[in-house]
Ligand binder design. Sequence first.
Ligand code: BDP
Length: 586
Amino acid sequence: MLYPQNNAARSAVDLSGIWQIRLHEGDDWQSVAVPASYNDQFADPAFRNHVGLCWYKTSFAVPRTLAGQRLTLRFDAVTHDARVLLDGEEICAHRGGFLPFEADVTGICTPGTAHELVVEVDNRINHHTLPVGNESGTMFFGSDNPGIPSVEAGKARQQERGVNLPNFDFFNYAGINRPVRLVATPKRYIDDVTLVPAIDGTVKYTVRTVGEGDVRVEIVDAQGKRVGSAQGADGEIRVDQPHLWEPYPGTPYLYTARVTFGEDVYDQTFGIREVKVIGHHVYINGKSFHFHGPCKHEDSPFHGRGMDQCLNVTDISLFHWLHANAFRTSHYPYAEEMYALCDREGIVIIDETPAVGIGGGPNSNPYKWGLGEYHAEVLRAMIARDKNHPCVVMWSLGNEPDTENFPEDARDYWKRLYAIAHEADPQNRPVTLVGCQNNYTRDLTLREMDVVSFNRYYGWYNLSGDLETAAWAFRKELDYWEEVDKPVILTEYGADTIAGLHGTVAEMFTEEFQVEYYKAMNACLDERDFVVGEMPWNYADFGTHQAPMRSGGNRKGLFTRERRPKMAAHYFRARWGNFDKPGFDK
Ligand code: BDP
């Protein structure tokens, strides 16, 4: 689905602003900001803790100037499920909280008149949603205490009361989290553009259109100069002496494919770059690439998971300050604006589906939950949305599923998705799955991926505080992966740290411990050539549900939630600054 554009042929009317919300039918309507999660916009705990349906409404006038155009309403993301009514009639419904959807309203929205828009939002999660919720009433990080009759009864009571527990470690922020726009295009229109550039300068393209007409594609360089063109809905254009899209600290050079079709125009930005996995290395444009940067969340005070361009720019400028070159969109596809920014800023993205929480312990086989078809659909939709971004260099099928208790079922499930990702991606990028810290000798799945990615918390959740033994144990595991002979990325490692808590002795939760922890783990990584990435968890402190191991959220950030650096941020800035120096071979 093409990202909305304002250009000579198209317009996108942004419906962001103050809408109305109510949690129950019959309640009074209250003002709410869109886009943003509703949870933290009100002092009333009913919003913070809401489970179930709620309703948003607004009204908008369709400009008379749009008469004769094709009109759609585009929702970039409503978390999680949505039903949309225009003037009381349902116009579309969508499942899943992190990808766009649209409804054709050409015949229904009359230019020159006003319309009422109502969005019914459902934030419930369970074993059939992505991310996964826990209908059994067990918390992700909880005082589980199985076997205590009163606690078991309490859990049953929670279920009756409709408590919605996530099977993942981030707050289940909900609502209209990303922009809503009224998009106008000519009646005969460009429906999709696919670009497959190669570093010799050939750019294969396919344009999908609706209606009769001729397609023309021009390639324009960063100075606005035309460097190639072709006619027809698919074909190939050659750019002489192409400037490559290089990740930071190189130049992320961008071209534009200007597509015209009858009256319609669409400008698709792209970069010429090549991603390959050979042996135990990942190559971008033929150069061995080392991924270094903290993984993120879409998370901030007040907005929750709401899209905020100022926050995106701040975050990416702090990535530059850190000399970071990559992040993973843990644990769901991010707002499209972030990918466009990373294209321009040269920050590499590992793009992840919202498949987090696929695991229920030894007594529950998650591969019997029936998620496979829906998961494949979400994976295809994410790839279709993000396929043209040069910053996206790898797909992540999901985060920390169970691959230990049902190893064969896990392997079959993830191998099928691996094949679907390769088949769906016109640029055929590498595919990975992020593994959990478990008995790695039972895992049959990670080695089936192009890149082995895993999260490890030696010294934190296990061998807690004893960094010497933690490093010893981590080295032992790395010996195991060395035999697998694939590139390995440490996609998470970290220690909760209360900003401002210090000690002469580096004990857990102090800023000194966080630095010592990273030094100890990085020493292990530096010894191994097959480790092609280090991605601290997390870029910034972030909101989670209440739990005995969470104090005001997850505190593993290199930055606070307000983006103030902890000591560990300064440590990584110095370390990664060295990686940028000429001649440094990482
Ligand atoms: C991993 C998860 C991540 C958590 C992190 C942690 O992938 O979502 O936030 O651990 O515990 O299990 O901090």
